[in-house]
Write a protein that binds this ligand. Structure first.
Ligand code: PMP
Length: 306
């Protein structure tokens, strides 16, 4: 399939998917969005994503062009129009083959230049559907390097971390710093030095058989995958603690992993310059990922090309 864009209800090719330079999403990051993925062609945890989109919009006082029902219908329509075969991806994790990445963006719209939100006249609704490109199978087998970066998460008083908005410069700079250090995900601290989350993921540690993750109150996005993982862990009888974590807690952890819609549960086997635990994906990470795979459907195991 090709990338397909739904622009305010019109299905267009990427080259025709143009928005005004006066759109506030472009000028100020004055927008909210969601990333949803499919399993078996169907959006996973759709209701949770649409509820978070509504939450994000309410937190910044944005009235989206479409309500949740219309958004769900437009996602389905765009997915149906985007059906078709994909080029084979030999390194892909097997459960991602033929699946779709769905990005829903709602901007406050265009208007006279100026910060006052009342200047916005025409809210814009966009759905982008692409072939899903997840981490390669090898990333699940070997784990990935992450780094605690110097870029700090903006204070929750200044930027509401529970709203998924288009204002992402902090995360862009965090990723820039992580990449320069050879890491694939940036972990951000708050002003007091506590661990918050990844640039586009939530973070979990395993210590002494317990699963630890920063609480929502620590100023993080309430990840849809995070909620699924907590649910699965509790159902499996794993002791779970939502507690503030320091970078030292991550350094001392037996296992680390990050979670996100596109990455599911991805082991982190290096933190900065040091291996995490034994430097291999750990048993609880593996166990939870298998449980996640069974829930989402599709292949549970990995075939890794060496
Ligand atoms: N935190 C941030 C800052 C993110 O951008 C994301 C990705 N949406 C996540 C966490 C993970 O959220 P989810 O599991 O809903 O994809």
């Amino acid at each position: 399939m090709r990338t397909l864009v739904n622009l305010d209800g019109s299905l267009v090719a990427p080259a025709e998917a143009r928005v005004s330079v006066f759109d506030r999403g472009f000028l100020y990051g004055d927008s909210v969005y969601e990333v949803i993925r499919t399993y078996g062609g169907r959006p996973f945890e759709r209701e949770a994503h649409l509820a978070r989109l509504a939450h994000s919009a309410a937190r910044i006082g944005l009235s989206p062009r479409w309500d949740a029902q219309r958004t769900a219908a437009e996602i389905d329509r765009t997915l149906a129009a985007a059906r078709g075969a994909d080029a084979p991806e030999p390194d892909a994790a097997p459960w991602n083959a033929g699946e779709r990445y769905v990005r829903v963006v709602m901007t406050r719209g265009a208007g006279e230049i100026g910060l006052d939100p009342a200047l916005a006249v025409d809210p814009l609704a966009i759905v982008i559907v692409q072939p899903l490109v997840g981490p390669p199978a090898r990333a699940y087998a070997d784990g990935i390097p992450a780094a605690v970066v110097g870029v700090r998460r903006a204070s929750p008083q200044a930027v509401d971390p529970s709203a998924k908005t288009g204002a992402h410069l902090t995360h862009v700079l965090a990723v820039r710093e992580a990449r320069a250090a050879g890491a694939l995900e940036a972990l951000l601290l708050d002003d007091a030095g506590f661990v918050t989350e990844g640039s586009s993921s939530n973070v979990f540690a395993v210590a002494g058989g317990r699963l630890l993750t920063p609480p929502i109150a620590s100023g993080i996005l309430e990840g849809v995958t995070r909620a699924v993982v907590l649910r699965l862990a509790r159902a499996e009888g794993v002791p779970v603690e939502e507690v503030p974590l320091r970078p030292e807690d991550l350094e001392r952890a037996d296992e680390l992993f990050i979670t996100s819609t596109v990455r599911e549960i991805l082991p982190v086997t290096r933190l900065g310059d040091s291996p995490v635990g034994a430097g291999r994906p750990g048993p609880l990470t593996h166990h939870l990922h298998q449980a996640f795979r069974r829930l989402a459907g599709g292949p549970v195991g990995l075939r890794v090309r060496r």
